[in-house]
Design a protein around this ligand. Structure first.
Ligand code: C5P
Length: 232
């Protein structure tokens, strides 16, 4: 699976900002966008129907983590919204992930978060009492995600190789932390350019600020898309 469109992270506080932003793209240009907790909790399901009515695809990034029964029921609701992709925390366990898959059904892509990229190895060992390397923990969670029958994981582009080796070449890796060559890294530390992520084997890239904060978002989007689709 390879998604040609970079997924744009709509990290905005309200629906009006989203409308303004999407208005900067030509009508008829079908985008793939990520809606996260802030926007979803602020606007509810309305933002999903609005974005869908414009013909865009949606990754709803809510990172569910609860008992299997609750997650399965919640996933049924998300499936009803018609989102194309959503996610859970792998730390919820195989049973929870399998329940999520049952709830979400087969119509969309379901992926899991392994270790958040904001977690350092030291924090993982201290806070979660996982006494191994971060890399080992990511590999372990990826295997459990595959065992539960999910489609893939959210990960750093630096982890794609080890994850596909531990699971399969078809296991989806969706990678944030992408920056065009020579741009501002913001608070992202371990970054890759779109082309590097492609060459590392990413299936989807998520890009936020380099597009949302650009003077000309459509131009920035096209440049990132061209780099991501460039032949290697
Ligand atoms: O602006 P930027 O390109 O850094 O945005 C990346 C997006 O991907 C943000 O919405 C951020 O929350 C999300 N993300 C991330 N790293 C992860 C998971 C999600 O940067 N491991």
């Amino acid at each position: 699976m390879f998604e040609k469109r970079p997924i744009i992270a709509l990290d905005f506080p309200d629906g009006d900002s989203v409308k303004r932003f999407l208005g900067k793209f030509p009508e008829g240009e079908s985008l793939y966008v990520k809606i996260g907790m802030e926007l979803y909790y602020a606007c509810g399901a309305e933002i999903i129907s609005y974005v869908k009515s414009m013909g865009h695809s949606i990754f709803l990034d809510l990172k569910l983590h609860d008992i299997p029964n609750t997650v399965e029921a919640a996933m049924r609701v998300l499936a009803e919204l018609g989102v194309d992709m959503t996610n859970v925390h792998a730390a919820g366990g195989v049973e929870m992930m399998a329940a999520a898959k049952r709830g979400f059904g087969k119509q969309g892509i379901l992926i899991a978060v392994t270790q958040l990229t904001s977690t350092s190895q030291e924090q993982m060992q201290d806070n979660q009492n996982i006494q191994t390397t971060l890399e080992d923990s990511v590999r372990h969670y990826a295997k459990k995600t595959a065992e539960a029958g999910l489609d893939g994981v959210v990960c750093s582009a630096h982890e794609v190789g080890l994850i596909k080796e531990a699971t399969s070449i078809d296991f989806v890796c969706l990678t944030p932390g992408i920056r065009p060559a020579g741009s501002d890294c913001g608070d992202q530390k371990r970054i890759m350019t779109p082309r590097q992520a492609r060459s590392a084997g990413s299936n989807f890239i998520v890009v936020g600020r380099p597009i949302t904060q650009a003077a000309d978002p459509y131009q920035a989007y096209q440049a990132i898309k061209a780099d991501w689709n460039a032949s290697l």
